[in-house]
Design a protein around this ligand. Sequence first.
Ligand code: NOJ
Length: 524
Amino acid sequence: MSDKDSQWWRDAVIYQVYPRSYADANGDGVGDIAGIRARLGHLRDLGVDAIWMSPWYPSPMADAGYDVADFRDIDPVFGSLAEAEALIEEAHAAGIRMIVDIVPNHISSEHPWFKAALKSKEAKERDYFWFRPGRGENGDEMPTDWRGEFGGTTWTRTPDGSWYLHLFTPEQPDLNWDHPDVRAEFESILRFWFDRGVDGIRIDSAALLLKDPELPEVLEDTPHPFHDLDGVHEVYRAWRRVSDSYGGDRALIGEVWMPDIERFANYLRPDELHAAFNFDLLGCAWDPELMRESVDRTLLAHKAIGAPATWVLSNHDVTRHVTRYGRENTTFSFENNLDGTPVDLELGTRRARAAALLSLSLPGAAYIYQGEELGLWENENIPPEQFQDPMWGRRGHSRDGCRVPLPWTGDEAPFGFTTATPWLPQPAEWKDRTAQAQTGDPNSMLELYRSAIKLRHASLGPEFSWLDLGSSVLAFCRGHDFACVLNMSGAPIALPPHRTVLLASGPLDGDRLPPDTAVWMRLS
Ligand code: NOJ
């Protein structure tokens, strides 16, 4: 294997499979491993290098599988461990690597550890969590006033009168990472999956693991009690030793939401994680100055530490970018509850096409969230009584709108996803966005992604440099003659002198590039 292959995460195209919504083979309305295996050809034809599988472990599904009851098995709704092993093998045979999602900050309240901890105050498992007495005379006030990551409070009282910490839902008790058994258990879980051939681990909520045991309140100008504590780096150094022991081609990829890009880069030091999700561009408005700054900021921080940048436009937690880019306010943050504001889907789609060419030609790895390649938008018309996301009710925003099952074939729902009723409703308008309808249509989003991924592998040079085509145009070279030009001004612009246009996100106006359109070209 060449050095480039062995560091595959540095420039891979990684496709996020959200197993509940990819494809359902057993006819219960929920996606499963058999469905993924049956539709693996879609990913092979798309040309992706790796799959990141959102959690598929046994789980009560209080947070769609991010509440894990057993990290060494598969939830029956998705299939069996044998099927997971078969998928890993088949993906490898198709030239696709596999990344599994590990959730170390918390486990399910149905996990045997937590059950044992609840049963007896003397159980050794008690110390694997954050049990504390309450404040106030009767101990009936929570130990701290910390706000949860989904909003709401972070402590739940147990029948014995003590409280336990959960930064997310009460069904997701936080683990105590100061305890050696917790550390040993997760290192063993990493080995369990590496032994089954997985090529990488996505680490959920990677910056939250450590807590200040004094449990101070969150105050301005004092160190945060649970975000990004220095001690977390020791955990990842130990994980890196585990992954390195498999020959150096197994990657650790952190989910690190952090506004401070330098603190973010600390996770990527040579003896820690191989890569981390960069959400800077995802949160950025559709604005040339801001986007250029975001790209610069990202590349600079990663270069300083020798780590590859990553580019993410959508995932299972955020509003799909076709919708975001079609709104007046094009930024994303969890604080912005933008649901229900007017959306111009045609504009959003045009920009999403251009953004695909941008993110697939910037230096580093590119992530595609399932359905992005079909141009899916957020389903904002799900009746609230069908919402399953625990964030709904805590933050007044549901992430279900981006988790709707994929449309594969046919003219009406469920579009080949299932033979039953899909677990979330699909918009009728998706009849034009099925994989079947788009295959072979040169103007479709799917064919744009297929062509771009193929060209990306063949055409991008290693060096990155900006091309100055004015402040409203994002333009850069990769190597000596490959260029990506994205017109973010309100009017067509002249293309720079070139030999060939390799790919365009929309129709050109002669030799002019219309607004919200991107091209890849060979310069002359
Ligand atoms: C981040 C995951 O992406 C999200 O879906 C989940 O709810 C939280 N972490 C808690 O595990």
